[in-house]
Design a protein around this ligand. Sequence first.
Ligand code: ATP
Ligand code: LTN
Length: 334
Amino acid sequence: MESVRKTVLSGIQPSGVLTLGNYLGALKQWAQMQDDYLSLYMVADLHSITVRQEPAVLRRRISETYALLLACGIDPDRSIVFVQSQVPEHTQLSWIMNCITYVGELNRMTQFKDKSAKHADNVNAGLFTYPVLMASDILLYQAHCVPVGADQKQHVELTRDVATRFNNAYGETFVVPEPYIPKFGARIMSLQEPEKKMSKSDPNPNAFLLLTDDADTVVRKLRRAVTDCEGVIAYDPENRPGVSNLLTIYSVCANMSMEDAQKHFDGLGYGALKQETADAVNAVLDPIREEYARLLTDKAYLSERMKDGAEKASAIARKTIRKVYRKVGLDCMR
Ligand code: ATP
Ligand code: LTN
């Protein structure tokens, strides 16, 4: 029954082709949650322009990211799948939430610190207020649960703080959401610098596995993955980040507990770990690659689903905006 289902919302930026980190940290959970929740999943294109994007490339990537979500099992008949900029209520709520959020809170966000160091020539106000837009994405749909990788936990916590502040100031308005972060796979690390998270915008293509990489590329990138010289396969992310990252990827892709994965490799070498990890990754990616290639040939279907998703999302978002305007006193034209 619709009324008892809780709501889930999450988003992903079209800032590059999605990586295995995006899949294991977020998308896999999105697909699994669709039957138990009223699910809304979006391509966060407004977020991606906090970093300079080439318009033609961005336009293409928005459609490709949308197609990849569907290829990963997000079903537009069971979930509302949409593009953020096609639902104008996101920017409407964002302004109001900007007026509820403190500069001091935004100053503490580690993603802002990391991204402003990386893009020192373009530390724009959007990069700074990005978490407010993300909070608005979540609060617009009264989401109870937000499935994300570990790097986004701080932003969901900020969302909880600003939602609670708004509710205290204006009366009960927003559901205060909970993050949902998987135990393993929430932070897949770079294959080249395993102290850093795997990121689709890493300049070194050997650092990430893309969902669209072919089987041979997956094998080649994993063979080159940085390990260490201890020669023993054991999970110790603090001291042995490279080997632990491969074990994590293997265990999650092979659907095995970390304990069983370690037992499986007992007495084997890094060559076996890399080859079996590549096989497990390829088994996960095979159906995704196939469905993605098929979807890309059907542009009309993609546009139709995007339009339908945006309409459904907007119908829900509009109700929240009306309520918020009323609570804040912006409804003098009633
Ligand atoms: P960018 O590199 O452009 O900043 P990104 O690869 O970090 O992008 P996002 O679009 O910011 O990807 O994130 C989408 C989702 O994927 C988020 O829920 C995020 O937490 C998750 N995610 C991103 N990278 C990883 C990773 N290495 N391991 C696990 N989850 C991840
Ligand atoms: N900020 C997120 C993407 C994102 C998101 C959201 C995630 C935008 N809006 C709402 C969850 C809920 C990121 O960079 N990974």
